[in-house]
Write a protein that binds this ligand. Structure first.
Ligand SMILES: [Zn+2]
Length: 55
């Protein structure tokens, strides 16, 4: 598996969030939580990105 150094920039508070520090939550809208997770800003809780985590 490839490591990622990606970071995400929060549009709400301006924080740069390392990918691994982003909060992972279930997606809104009924996507399978074992396949899709939503990454949220740990500072303000805004949604950053929805990522595919399935195999
Ligand atoms: Zn934020």
């Amino acid at each position: 598996m490839s490591e990622t150094d990606d970071s995400l920039e929060c549009g709400s508070c301006g924080e740069t969030v390392p990918f691994d520090d982003a909060r992972r939550t279930k997606t809104m809208g009924g996507l399978d939580p074992t396949t899709w997770q939503t990454l949220c800003c740990p500072s303000c809780g805004s949604r950053l990105e929805t990522v595919f985590v399935g195999e």
